[in-house]
Design a protein around this ligand. Structure first.
Ligand code: MOS
Length: 703
């Protein structure tokens, strides 16, 4: 029988590694200091957006004191061709985007490496570049397969006919800018070769995945590559795959035959770790006289680079959020001479739901309905795309409960009717959704004669609290208190496991941990005791994951925002955000709340601040640091609350949990934009909502 213990699943156990982190004892990748003789590599970035490296004047740099090597496309170790062109570091003289690594200097000290890299003379043959995404770009094409295995286009019914006969309709284009991943800990790698064996201390979201990639690149047996990521300071998707820093550090270490460390500078991160593509999204909605949708069309234009076709799945949430007999979604992309866009928290759902949920607000106004009511009227009974039942879906309840807590009932729907001094005040709502993925993983559970347990899994705690949640899950499955269980993560030697991505870490790893721990407990119960040499059980979940069909697994939520717009300056403030989520069983309320609030904060940041500013002549985003690329800070966030329903889901996985890493960012920007409209009467359809976009459109203050 299960017993409730301190730290049990559902209790708010503090982070297990918390003390180590606050005392500085926890070591991140670049902080590994147990090795002697460590050298440093500093990358040299291309100054052109397209062309060829003609000549690198490396002799004077090699002659500098403390410089150990200069890596160039001509002398760098040859790699096996990767699937991800970003990992073909220094494999050719071709320049595909500004900021690409074209050379690197290895030196005895970090300062020397950086200084020497700055002095390295690189000459280019440059060609004219194309970096500007437009809705009618001549090179737009229908891509093979958007991210996460979706199809690019869907088409059901007759959208055009339905739009023509709709009682109410909206047809608007929404734009989001490039947004750049900036986890607190920049990407970093310490690479150590021992003969033909490679050890990487690397900041990533999946040590197993990085192990596999690096083994392939260097032509090694995966067993010869050991990747460690015990502590990781954030990722948001940018550390979801091996990045060029890992490859460059490994190459440099091989060349100089010493351990080599590379910690990316904040500036580097805007080029080589993946960012969110800018999007141009046309949404057309048609509704009948009661506000029931007859047609939904979502057409997305976005960019990728010439080195990798990465297609953000921006329209996928539109496929399942609302019922409508006629539905169409498309993705079109242009391959531009830009850094490669890649994952950034909730790729697809995040920008797509900004557009859809803004358009739903516009439709509600057209129909003269409350924006919550219009959503409730379009609630689908099953997944509109597949016809499958929902394993659970609590959008309507989230809207109701959120509205109660937020105080929605007193809302006067008329825009621009409330002022407090020079501030116009308004509120907005948007829906939120994110898939509840799970992927096959393996785990080992061990019982020792002293009554303690040890679980090993190649999980990554990127700041989410995964280590803590897994300890709770393991203890729950073992029927013992958490202080008897130690969960070791962050080591590729623990075997195959999925990444901390797609909000599926806890579900996927937790499934494998549960299976191993249940089997171990049963084995211990069968034997009646634990022998001196302990008992170990290994489990993996590919069969369970394969059998996971028959339902659509998806988390839902409702986001509420209060916005204040200053009529004199156009400044926007968001004094209040409330998110209500239906995300299955919450393993740990403390870490869950942090995840949800973190996502919402990032959504607020997207709404008001974040924007990669492209200079078409220069061929790159020009704001490459946190002074110029603005993110929300503590001063921007006042009252931000995340709550959840007690949602029971018997089908989703053994824990009944849904991913919570990404859903918090989905819909937040639309809720803010809708609140800005309600406050000011001005609809901003391109993010971020900057004061210059509002100024001139606000009423002149009287008195
Ligand atoms: Mo998240 S963008 O799947 O790491």
């Amino acid at each position: 029988m299960s017993v409730t213990h301190i730290g049990a699943v559902g209790s708010d156990l503090g982070r297990i590694e918390g003390p180590a982190k606050v005392t500085g004892e926890a070591r991140y990748a670049a902080e590994q200091d147990h090795l002697h003789d460590v050298a440093y590599v500093w990358p040299v970035q291309s100054r052109i957006a397209k062309g060829t490296v003609r000549w690198i004047d490396d002799d004077p740099i090699r002659a500098l004191p403390q410089v150990l090597a200069v890596l160039t496309p001509d002398n760098a170790p040859r790699l096996q061709p990767p699937d991800d062109g970003e990992l073909a570091v220094l494999q050719s003289r071709t320049v595909s985007y500004r900021g690409q690594f074209v050379a690197a200097v290895v030196a005895q000290t970090l300062e020397t490496a950086r200084e020497a890299a700055g002095q390295l003379q690189v000459d280019y043959d440059s060609e004219s570049h194309d970096v500007q995404l437009t809705a009618d770009h001549s090179q737009l094409y229908r891509p093979g397969e958007p991210d996460a295995g979706f199809v690019s286009d869907t088409d059901e019914g007759d959208v055009d006919a339905a739009l023509e006969t709709a009682a109410f309709s909206v047809d608007h284009t929404y734009e989001t800018p490039a947004q750049h991943n900036n986890p607190m800990e920049p990407h970093a790698t310490l690479a150590v070769w021992d003969g033909d064996e490679l050890t990487l201390y690397d900041s990533n979201q999946g040590a197993y995945s990085v192990q596999q990639s690096l083994a392939k690149l260097f032509g090694l047996d995966p067993a010869a590559v050991h990747v460690l990521n015990e502590h990781v300071g954030g990722g948001f998707g940018s550390k979801g795959t091996a990045r060029p820093n890992a490859v460059l550090a490994a190459m440099a270490a091989r060349v100089v035959q010493r351990p080599v460390k590379l910690a990316l500078h904040r500036h580097h991160m805007f080029a080589v770790v993946g960012y969110r593509t800018p999007t141009i999204q046309r949404i057309r909605l048609g509704a009948d006289a009661d506000g029931r949708l007859s047609a939904i069309a979502h057409d997305v234009v976005e960019q990728t680079s010439t080195v990798l076709e990465f297609v953000e799945q921006t329209a996928v949430a539109t496929r399942l959020l609302y019922a409508a007999p006629n539905r169409r979604t498309t993705h079109r992309i242009a391959r531009l001479d830009v850094p490669t866009p890649r994952w950034m928290r909730a790729p697809g759902e995040c920008p797509g739901m900004y557009a859809l949920e803004s358009a739903m607000d516009e439709l509600a106004i057209e129909c003269g309905l409350d924006p919550i009511e219009v959503r409730i009227r379009n609630e689908p009974h099953c997944d509109p795309e597949t016809g499958k039942p929902w394993s659970s879906r609590s959008l309507v309840e989230c809207l109701h409960r959120g509205a109660d807590l937020f105080g929605w009932a007193e809302r006067d729907p008329r825009p621009a009717t409330r002022t407090e001094g020079s501030w116009q005040v308004g509120t907005g709502v948007a829906a939120s959704t994110y898939p509840a993925y799970a992927a096959a993983s393996s785990a080992t559970a061990r019982a020792d004669a002293d009554g303690t347990y040890r679980v090993r899994i190649t999980a990554s705690d990127i700041g989410t609290g995964a280590r803590t949640a897994l300890t709770q899950i393991a203890a729950g499955a073992l029927h013992v208190p958490t202080d008897l269980v130690r969960v070791d993560i962050g080591d590729s030697a623990f075997g195959q496991a999925t990444i901390a991505g797609g909000s599926m870490g806890t579900a996927s790893w937790g499934w494998a941990v549960t299976k191993a721990c249940v089997e171990l407990r049963e084995e211990v119960e069968r034997r009646g005791d634990i022998p001196g040499d302990g008992i170990e059980v290994r489990a993996e979940t590919s069969a369970e994951i394969k059998a996971r069909t028959g339902y659509t697994f998806q988390g839902f939520g409702a986001q509420f925002a209060e916005a204040r717009v200053n009529v004199d300056t156009g400044e926007v403030r968001v004094p209040r955000l409330l998110g209500m989520f239906g995300v299955g069983r919450i393993i740990n309320p403390r870490t869950a709340r942090s995840q949800l609030i973190g996502g919402m904060t990032m959504g607020l940041s997207m709404a008001l601040h974040e924007e990669g500013v492209l200079d078409p002549a220069f061929g790159d985003y020009v704001n490459h640091d946190l002074a110029e690329y603005h993110v929300a800070t503590c001063a921007d966030v006042t009252d931000i609350r995340a709550q959840w329903l007690d949602e029971q889901d018997q089908h989703v996985n053994p824990m009944g949990s849904k991913g919570i890493g990404e859903i918090g960012i989905v819909g937040t920007a639309a809720a803010v934009a809708n609140a800005v409209h309600h406050a000011s009467g001005v609809r901003i359809r391109d993010l971020p909502i900057r004061l210059d976009k509002l100024l001139g459109r606000l009423p002149t203050r009287i008195g």
